[in-house]
Design a protein. Sequence first.
Length: 268
Amino acid sequence: LAALAATANAHGAVTGIVADGVYFPGYKAEYHYSGKIPDGVVGWSAENLDNGYVGGDQTTYTSPDINCHKNAKPAAASAKVAAGGTVAWQWNTWPESHIGPVITYAANCGDDCSAVNKETLEWVKIEEAGYENGKWAAVELIATNNTWTTTVPKDLAAGKYVFRHEIIALHSANNANGAQNYPQCVNIEVTGSGTASPKGTLGSALYTAQDKGILFNPYGGSIDYTIPGPALMAGGSSGGSAPAPAPSASAAPSSSAAPAPSSSAAPA
């Protein structure tokens, strides 16, 4: 048990978000063990029960797990945020040794995010931050209480989306298959008058093991880092976390399907 605890403490996961100042719960490992997912959880369930990562072999970037983590399944509920508003991602922990970029994507899920097939989601990069002014984005996240705040592009079209927030840990990335991906997904309904609906990229095509930002030596002296993945959408954010708003009281999340009952089964 001590070894398991040490492993769990070595990494991290998103356990809640603050969307335009309102807190919404994410998925927690305890729901897997209890067999129950409470109503209102907007985070996708996944089997990263040790706060672990996707990666470590040659299939990493073609596996369905690269979308939203291991055996991930959609959440029933959704948070709401206005285009131009913010989503603050609350990580339960993050170790200083796990340096790397922070990237956020959005994929339109049609009419019902709770029933979407993750392998069909087309991800649009709405934010990226890598190495700037002598500091990795993941280190900046630690300095803001393990929280990263994303500004939703003001031109993003209204609709129902899955947001994919990710840290890529590079502390072992100088070795083949050494990068560690930590994708975290939540359902978000974007409101507003935006009209931008750029073409996205399937999860299985986001990265390759040979990308400059995946196979990379972060300890090689002067750092010239290329953030991996598709190009940032017009109007997307780069270079650092946005200021986080103070959270207000929790609001009831929206759901295009019936809310998840308390007896919902955790992922297999």
